[in-house]
Design a binder for this molecule. Structure first.
Ligand code: SF4
Length: 691
């Protein structure tokens, strides 16, 4: 096993996994075989002094015997110079034949801000390619698009998470925080202990729904109709905050008119949610002095995800919530740096500072920081699924450099994507273990991980946090910053690719200055002294902005915009051949594609493999017993899982977690027209007893 040398006893850092970014102390004990102990930090408000099962066991990632410590060139061990020389040579050859866009880059929402920034700069400045996007497009891009069009800014929670404890009501649509980020529940529990009420919208009775005062259980793919129905009730029952709407918003008349068509009985027929329950939810929201409406992936990962989130934002605006202290709308971001990862240039359409890549002023600013001419910056590229789908095709990229992502497991229609990856002239994967995607690569570059490196992460509140190095990396692994520099030097002899995260962050501050996500005033010293700084923070004497919308929204006229939206059915509905809805999600013990958590014995023991959750009535009809292996068949593929029978799921729906290869063979790559989010959360399947 790789051994570890402590950098400092009890190093204060953050969890490697989700967007809550709980604080933890990492201690390495040299005396007893290099054991690594994790304890929670009390000083980071988001985690409220807690950790979940994943956080407690994160130290085992550092000593995993499955850790990669040498580059692999077509499966054989190679030296770093040999591997990087080879990659640079192949990139040159591909670009000579196919032009700059012949090479693509794919990033991840778990990369630090420094890596995300450097990846975008490397793609555009060294490779000259427009073909860069990242897996966050699969995560919260619908909410980002909807908040941008309503508020002129996308910051997951535009208020500190601790505000939730002061609310009188919280509505959570499509989020199972009790499993995905358990310490989040502490804020909801504090709210309920004060007498506040929790409403959960989810097709399943999840661990979170079990704690709710009211649970609405819609048919998968109908959250948009439900939000329209709730708005209809709020309007017809006279619960609209007319003064707020007049003073702080625009566009309500069109939304009021369109909501008139979504009377509760019609919505009940579409969603299956009884009218009385809708009225109860509207009353809880309408009676609350302070309230928050939150969305998670369940509402967002649809081909109408942006409109669904807009419908919930319209509801929040009608009630006068956003921009009032203790109230608001927020997106519960999922990946560890899901927020920062979307701000600094690894998205196909963005430059650092959350600037649009087609904005001439933004291009001029970033080009000046990078020391190039604006016309040398490529334009917008393909979104994540479109990029993966184009690989190896006529006119598509012929080579891919992939960092911090495992699309063979996590992309929709994953079998097709594996085929596209297999058709490339060159696939390079940087990872710490041999993930399913790395196993397909021509070149695998072993990279350092969370506690072995420094950098910053921006959590779901928009609070920039410091990830400190706690242990030395194993010899043989290099950071992504070192990898990018190694390639930049070989390809362009380029300066401007330092390997010290602090140096990269200082440049990121300059590049983001004046942008929406302005980090200019944030320093490592301030983050350490203040346990995090909220962006925007334009100057070192600026306090940061925990609640950016208190006085005005980030739109040209300072008003939040209502956006009229209409419900439409899922892209793929159930029929005689595929009579059940399949929806997917996470379980407590695992994270994302499982590349890390499936390698931790305790987590593997907790949930060792995929399962199919189904209702007892459906199980009886199919003559299925608990623990039996089931085959789930859809239009794009099939997979297997062990039967879990639960009355907490709708009889017309089955659920599978997505932490293992398989379920995304079935999911639908139909894309949201605004955000390009695939429709992960609903497709049509049939279920059979395997064998
Ligand atoms: Fe906290 Fe998320 Fe890590 Fe769990 S996985 S310890 S909730 S940051």
């Amino acid at each position: 096993l790789p051994t570890r040398t402590p950098v400092k006893a009890g190093t204060a850092t953050h969890c490697p996994y989700c967007a809550l970014q709980c604080g933890m102390n990492v201690t390495v004990d040299d005396t007893v075989g290099k054991t690594i102990t994790i304890t929670p930090r009390e000083d980071i408000p988001a985690g409220a002094g807690g950790l979940c099962q994943k956080g407690w066991t994160a130290g085992e990632l550092l000593t995993s015997g499955e850790r990669l410590t040498t580059p692999l060139l077509y499966g054989r061990a190679a030296g770093w110079d040999e591997a990087l020389d080879f990659v640079a040579g192949r990139i040159r050859a591909v670009q000579e034949e196919h032009g700059p866009n012949g090479v693509a880059v794919f990033g991840g929402g778990g990369l630090t801000n420094e890596k995300a920034y450097q990846l975008g700069k490397f793609a555009r400045m060294v490779l000259g390619t427009s073909q860069i996007d990242y897996n966050g497009r699969f995560c919260m891009s619908s909410a980002a698009a909807a908040t941008n069009r309503a508020f002129g800014m996308d910051r997951g929670l535009p208020f500190p998470i601790t505000d939730l404890a002061r609310a009188d009501a919280v509505v959570l649509a499509g989020g199972n925080v009790a499993e995905t980020m358990p310490p989040f529940v502490r804020h909801l529990t504090a709210m309920r202990e004060r007498g506040g009420r929790l409403v959960v919208i989810d097709p399943r009775v999840t661990a979170t729904a079990r704690q709710a005062d009211l649970h609405l259980q819609p048919t998968p793919g109908t959250d948009l109709a439900l939000a329209l129905g709730l708005l209809h009730i709020v309007i017809t029952e006279g619960r609209v905050d007319e003064d707020y709407v007049a003073a702080r918003t625009s566009g309500f008349d069109a939304v009021r008119t369109s909501a008139a068509a979504w009377w509760p009985e019609r919505v009940e027929r579409i969603t299956g949610v009884p009218v009385a329950r809708m009225r109860a939810a509207a009353a809880i929201l309408g009676d609350a002095d302070r309230a928050a409406i939150l969305t998670g992936r369940g509402a967002e990962q649809h081909a109408k995800g942006t409109d669904t989130v807009s419908a919930f934002i319209n509801l929040a605006l009608a009630l006068g919530l956003p921009g009032r202290e203790g109230s608001g709308y927020g997106c519960v971001t999922g990946q560890g740096n899901g927020q920062g990862g979307r701000e600094h240039g690894q998205k196909a359409d963005q430059l650092p500072g959350y600037r649009r890549i087609d904005d001439p002023a933004a291009r001029a600013h970033v080009a000046a920081v990078w020391g190039i001419e604006p016309e040398d910056l490529p334009g917008p590229g393909r979104s994540a699924y479109e990029l993966l789908d184009a690989l190896g095709t006529d006119g598509g990229p012929r080579a891919l450099l992939l960092f911090g992502s495992n699309p063979v497991v996590s992309a929709p229609r994953a079998g097709h994507i594996a085929g596209r990856l297999g058709s490339l002239d060159l696939l390079v994967v940087s990872d710490l273990v041999l993930s399913e995607t790395a196993a397909l690569a021509d070149v695998v570059l072993p990279t350092t991980q969370w506690a072995e490196e420094g950098g910053t992460m921006t959590n779901l509140e928009g609070r920039v946090l410091l990830r400190r190095q706690a242990v030395a990396p194993p010899s043989g692994a290099r950071s992504d910053l070192e990898i990018l520099r190694g390639l930049a030097v070989r390809l362009r002899g380029a300066e401007g690719f330092p390997t010290d995260p602090r140096e990269v962050f200082d440049e990121l501050r300059r590049a983001s200055a004046g942008g929406i996500a302005d980090y200019a005033g944030i320093t490592y010293e301030r983050i350490a002294a203040e346990t995090g700084v909220f962006w925007p923070c334009p100057a070192e004497d600026h306090p940061g902005t925990p609640r950016p919308f208190l006085d005005r929204f980030a739109t040209p006229d300072g008003r939040a915009r209502f956006v009229p939206v209409e419900h439409r059915p899922p892209e793929e509905d159930i029929d005689h051949e595929y009579p059940l809805y399949l929806t997917t999600g996470r379980v407590l013990a695992h994270y994302q594609s499982g590349a890390q958590t499936r390698r931790i014995p305790a987590l593997n023991a907790a949930v060792p493999g995929p399962f199919v959750e189904l209702h007892p009535d459906l199980a009886e009809r199919l003559r299925v017993s608990p623990g039996e292996t089931l085959r789930v068949v859809g239009r794009r593929g099939e997979t297997e899982g062990v039967a879990r029978i639960s009355p907490g799921i709708r009889p017309d729906t089955v659920f599978m977690p997505f932490h293992w290869p398989g379920v995304n063979l079935l999911t639908n790559p139909a894309l949201d027209p605004v955000s390009r989010m695939p429709e992960f959360k609903v497709c049509a399947v049939r279920v059979e007893r395997a064998g």
